[in-house]
Design a protein around this ligand. Sequence first.
Ligand code: F6P
Length: 534
Amino acid sequence: MSIWKTLRSRAEDVRDRKILDLFDGDRAERYSAATGPFVFDYSKTNIDTPTRHLLIQLAEQSGLAEKREAMFSGAKINDTEGRAVLHTALRHLDTDIEIDGENVMTCVRETYDRMVRFADDVRGGKFRAAGGRITDVVNIGIGGSDLGPAMACLALAPYHDGPRCHFVSNVDGAHIHDTLAGLDPETTLVIVASKTFTTIETMTNAETAKAWMAAKVEDPAEQFVALSTSAEKTAAFGITPERVFGFADWVGGRYSMWGPIGLSLMIAIGPKHFRDFLSGAAAMDDHFRTAELSENLPVMLALVGMWHNQFCDFATRAVLPYDQRLSRLPAYLQQLEMESNGKRVSMDGEALPYHSGPVVWGEPGTNGQHAFYQLIHQGTRIIPCEFMIATKGHEPDLAHQHILLAANCLAQSEALMRGRSMEEARALMAAKGFEGAELERQAAHRVFPGSRPSTTLIYPMLTPEVFGGIVALYEHRVFVEGVILGINSFDQWGVELGKELALALQPVLTGEADGAGKDGSTLRLAQMVRDAQH
Ligand code: F6P
């Protein structure tokens, strides 16, 4: 029997087993993996020794070790685009790497040094805008050119001592309108972040920002920066090469905040903290590259995820950081995980015989508790939860609030696992004076099935190093899942069709084209938008 089938039947066999019953003396330690500041506890899942053994065998059989080396050494593993996948090189600045006989790190280091000088100039006031020192930075980008730096600026707020940073992504004019509304064009720096420099949302917003600035600033291009792989296109937009920070095509959009796409973050927190952020990720890379599979955090995070998704058939997973500053992490992970592993065919183009990546969603705790946790506890679908918590907050005066936060986090995973039986519910209702059929009815509503799986990632404090480590952990998890699924995690053809159709629909909405060949629904909705323009 193939390992996939064995794992499927194992999931079936242990489905009704109580997670709580698996706890013996030291299960919590034995079902945890640790490195540096992190402990990943997966003891509150239905995984036992034979299951873990099978999962590790699954990873071994997929050729994970060789594929991991192929990625780190610059092989062209993104083979539908003929590219290497080397975002990790951006955080190992001292290690040389050759692609096609060329040491690609010379260029990476040169750009990094320019970023540092520029960030220092902006932060220190040496870079002068029309109105003097820069007070505000607006990063215009979308997807990987937005989610990473936007999440990171929020995550590392306690280290933010540079100009204010704002992020505009949506082509909805409301986004840029509301962002620019409070800003002074004479002291604002606009960063146009786009790997391709063709993304319609970003280029449209960049033109809007340019016009906004031109109304008050004689030469707006002087206050524009570009982050892109296309020197030609940034020049055509009018940005001087001195303020263009380039990178190679082997940095995928959703893996790009470690390099130039992270410029807004570097300006916000300063080059020193940015370097710490890179070091935290580099330490996770080293761990991923060298630790035994059973002790390897990204590997175990991936295997637990696959156990739940591919073998237990739980279609979604909730990411629940008990850390308000990680409130954009779920959105970031939606791109990272779903754009990477939301695929339907294997590397060789064959339809997958199993499900690819799960739906990823979430919100920070405790907010989510007052919104969707009801379904997680008592709904008919099982949703594995990934909790995250720091042992300490950044605010010493508010330590009591951190204790309350942590108590809530731990209580949720406990409640999910423990549940509340019908007997317990009956006792509860009897104590309130209910009897007979009404007692039974009321008690049924108060039953929690329990044995709902969760994991907890715990770390000391959300510092730049820790934050870098968390993001790298999730990047490698995606890689491991992709390797085991046998898919290409580094392309994203699924976003293309919608882009093409939007371009074709634009003239239909303005009345320049009639929309021949379109379906009735699309035409009717288009007509409504068209009518509203007159
Ligand atoms: O449309 C998807 C996508 O290509 C993402 O993969 C990418 O992060 C985003 O668009 C933005 O692309 P760019 O940085 O080229 O503007």
